[in-house]
Write a protein that binds this ligand. Structure first.
Ligand code: ACO
Length: 311
């Protein structure tokens, strides 16, 4: 890259200007955005699976309608994000193919199973809570289309988090068996949720450059700390216990001290060896294969229309 162009580009970023699709950008900036936005889009799409699993078994019609709306929102988030990635010169089909053959990642969290109805509560409270913590700052990210997509996504995510909290509240105030279910869901989702923010800062390969480019606004550990500080009082209010015996309020730092997740488990999950990786990718591959006739039909229709226009 031309050093002069790089300096001007960095100055634009530093002054808080947005970078738009037709502007000059370093190849590394474009690649990093495609990786991060693409991974984010895939996470929204794969993220429909663990909750989709409970739509037919929601306990009331109201809960079913809410869950259905939420899962549809995730599909919409995936679409805005694929749209944002496409402005960088990659097609949605290319991104999908990279997901399906394992060249691109999606969030580790969606490789864990949802075993009971209380998991819908824990997913809303913890997984959507972590997603908001990560995504609110991304509304100010330097790439225009990504930041604008984030604004709408964040509005919907906060509804998702609240619906999760409401499920947890009902369960926690319910029968002994229901409360036990809520506690069990919290126990299973706590550490995987902490892993959503990525490896600890010392192991985060992309953070320094991504923060200089304002593709990321905070380090992984900063956001993880904020998430713990926000979530512990919420769990306490519900009468539930965060499964971390080392958890202590630290007056000096104005935040909690907490136990790190098991990082070997995290790296294993992102390598493809989590409890549901195979199942999740098989479901996405099946959806892609089952949809081939729709794509073929659309292409044939477009070709016919083009031919008619030329004639
Ligand atoms: N799940 C899967 N992979 C992860 C995760 C995770 N939770 N965290 C980090 N990684 C991967 C990174 O993609 C990177 O691998 P790669 O080079 O093959 O892409 C590697 O671990 C090292 O991590 P970092 O250097 O810290 O990576 P990065 O700077 O991209 O930070 C983060 C990771 C924080 C997830 C960042 O990409 C981000 O903020 N993304 C946008 C938000 C997002 O994707 N959310 C998805 C889940 S929320 C939801 O959709 C409901």
């Amino acid at each position: 890259d031309d050093p002069e162009k790089l300096t001007t580009f960095q100055a634009r970023i530093d002054s808080g200007e947005k970078i738009e699709p037709k502007d000059w950008m370093p190849e590394g900036y474009r690649k990093t955005l495609i990786r991060q936005i693409g991974q984010h889009a895939h996470s929204e799409i794969v993220g429909q699976l663990p909750e989709g699993n409970w739509i037919t078994r929601a306990p009331t019609l109201e809960r079913k309608a809410i869950l259905l709306a939420k899962v549809q929102d995730e599909a919409g988030h995936g679409l805005y994000l694929y749209g944002a990635a496409e402005t960088l010169g990659v097609s949605r089909d290319e991104l999908t193919e990279m997901l399906l053959d394992g060249r691109m990642k999606y969030s580790s969290i969606f490789n864990y199973p949802t075993l009971t109805w209380a998991d819908m509560g824990a997913v809303g409270l913890l997984v959507d809570g972590a997603a908001i913590m990560n995504q609110v700052p991304l509304q100010r990210t330097s790439y225009g289309p990504y930041s604008r997509a984030m604004i709408r996504i964040c509005k919907e995510e906060s509804f998702h988090q609240r619906q999760g909290y409401h499920i947890m509240m009902k369960m926690a105030q319910g029968t002994t068996a229901q409360k036990k279910m809520a506690q069990d869901a919290l126990n299973r989702f706590w550490y995987p949720s902490l892993m959503m923010f990525g490896p600890s800062d010392k192991d985060s390969v992309h953070s320094a450059q991504s923060m200089a480019w304002k593709i990321k606004m905070n380090t992984n550990d900063e956001l993880r700390q904020k998430f713990v500080d926000q979530t512990v009082p919420q769990a306490e209010f519900l009468g539930l216990t965060v499964p971390d015996k080392t958890l202590r309020w630290n007056e000096d730092k104005g935040g909690y001290d907490f136990a790190e997740p098991d990082w070997s488990e995290f790296f294993d999950v992102i390598k493809g060896n989590g409890p549901c990786n195979t199942e999740r990718l098989a479901a996405r591959n099946k959806a892609w294969d089952d949809g081939a006739w729709v794509r073929d039909g659309l292409m044939a229709h477009a070709a016919k229309k083009r031919a008619a226009k030329l004639a």
